[in-house]
Write a protein that binds this ligand. Structure first.
Ligand code: 9W4
Length: 425
């Protein structure tokens, strides 16, 4: 471990060169962040502001952190999940003078120790993914809240917890719900999860998808993205659902819909994306084809009932990284990927940088907006704040520009026509 009090604690500073190459790769794929960096490197709107951040230490997050610094902020960071920290990225950031406390496989005590270190600078802004930093301030260091203008929160779960806290009037400062921006959740879930889940399956198995029966459980945004990409690779997509409208959408997208009891008998590859437990259980495993592949891309690892799979099996062995072969008592083999945890994160690299580009542009712009409110003396209530529609449109516009696409603009006459209710049909 490399440790310098008040500066960093990371696994190994010698990994910095490798980490820097990965960060540079992410930069080359994150044009919106780079455009924002260029713009705000001159005006430095975050000068004088201290930001404590608690978010996955990845190559994309490094681009966010360094952009905050270039915009003038003093930054102190910890990871928000001990399994997501990439030690080479943490090393590269520490080497570049970023205050950071993060290493892979931290235990719970080390995890909260790291968060505490980031609070020693007495931040004016917080940045979260999962709200652990916000909750640490509220529960253990509430006196710090008087210096805090506001915070930003990245995820659905974090925003959910914060709304409950705001309803109970327990929030000490306002927090922007970054998750609820359309350029965040829609792109993360559909295109990010869609591609990275297929990526995880391919890295763990290297199977051909064309011609396979590919069963997607749950046709929410994530399931829709995975189904779309599997179909694009030539798989026969089968969707299982409990919600009639979602199932109907799946059929109109060209997928076949059936119950899991039916799909279990004919599927070659199964992926769960439902958010509920026990989607694939023992009666399904019992009827599966020999060689069936089973994985999960939902948030929790209980969608596939692994204890029941263990019970049905006479032996198991690891055949490839993130791929365990279970030999059932009926003689058939079932392959479980990434121990039923999120296959796109455990077996691949999560959302591609191009997708994180927009999520983190929302984080960055929200931090700037909070600082602007402060500069103007606007006092915000301690509630959950939504991202304004203009920010979504602005980020999408910059993204399109960087991709080289131009779009049309309404003429004045068209605007009048659109808003005129007197003209009739
Ligand atoms: N990563 C994660 C979580 C658990 C986990 C093999 C089984 C989320 C969002 C972003 O949670 C994240 N468990 C693992 S690896 C692993 C990784 N294993 C190892 O055995 C347990 C996570 C956001 N994000 C992207 O999606 C892309 N860049 C980002 O910043 C990152 C990580």
């Amino acid at each position: 471990m490399d440790y310098k009090a008040g500066k960093y604690k990371v696994k190994n500073l010698n990994l910095a060169a490798d980490g820097r190459k990965k960060i540079e790769w992410a930069e080359s794929r994150m044009p919106v962040m780079m455009a924002l960096r260029e713009k705000y490197s001159r005006t430095k709107p975050l000068k004088g502001y201290k930001i404590a951040g608690c978010l996955h230490v990845t190559k994309e997050t490094a681009v966010l952190i360094e952009t905050l610094k270039i915009a003038g902020a003093q930054v102190s960071w910890s990871g928000c999940n001990p399994l997501s920290t990439q030690d080479e990225i943490a090393a590269a950031l520490a080497k570049n003078g970023i205050e950071i406390y993060a290493w892979h496989s931290q235990n719970v005590k080390e995890f909260y120790w790291s968060i505490e270190q980031t609070l020693r600078m007495k931040p004016n802004l917080t940045l979260d993914d999962g709200a652990d930093l916000i909750f640490t301030v509220h529960n253990r260091f509430p006196q710090l809240a008087k210096n805090i203008i506001g915070g930003t929160e990245e995820t659905t779960t974090g925003v959910h917890r914060l709304r409950a806290m705001a309803a109970a009037k327990k929030m000490l400062y306002p927090v922007v719900a970054v998750n609820d921006a359309e350029t965040k959740w829609d792109f993360d879930n559909v295109y990010g999860t869609g591609q990275s889940s297929i990526d995880g399956i391919l890295r763990a198995t290297s199977v051909l998808l064309a011609g396979k029966n590919f069963v997607v459980a749950g046709y929410g945004h994530c399931g829709k993205g995975v189904a779309m990409r599997a179909a694009g690779l030539g798989a026969n997509v089968i969707v299982t659902e409990v919600k009639p409208t979602a199932a109907l959408k799946a059929t109109l997208e060209g997928h076949v819909v059936m119950t899991m009891d039916e799909a279990a008998k004919i599927g070659d590859i199964f992926i769960t994306a439902t958010g509920v437990k026990d989607v694939i259980v023992d009666r399904h495993f019992k009827v599966m084809r020999d060689g069936a592949i089973v994985c999960n891309t939902g948030h929790y690892d209980c969608e596939i009932n692994i204890p029941q799979l263990e019970k049905l099996s006479k032996s198991k062995r690891t055949v490839r990284p993130n791929n365990e072969e279970y030999t059932l008592k009926n003689g058939r083999k079932v392959y479980l990927l990434a121990k039923g945890r999120l296959v796109n994160l455990a077996a691949a690299e999560g959302h591609p940088s191009e997708v994180m580009d927009m999520s983190f542009a929302n984080q960055f712009m929200s931090q700037i907006r909070l600082a602007d409110y402060h500069k103007k003396g606007t006092k915000l209530d301690p509630v959950v704040i939504d991202i304004p529609e203009e920010q979504d449109q602005q980020i999408a516009r910059v993204k399109l520009n960087t991709m080289g696409y131009k779009i049309d603009k309404l003429t004045e006459e068209q605007e009048i026509y659109m808003n005129d209710y007197s003209a009739g049909t």
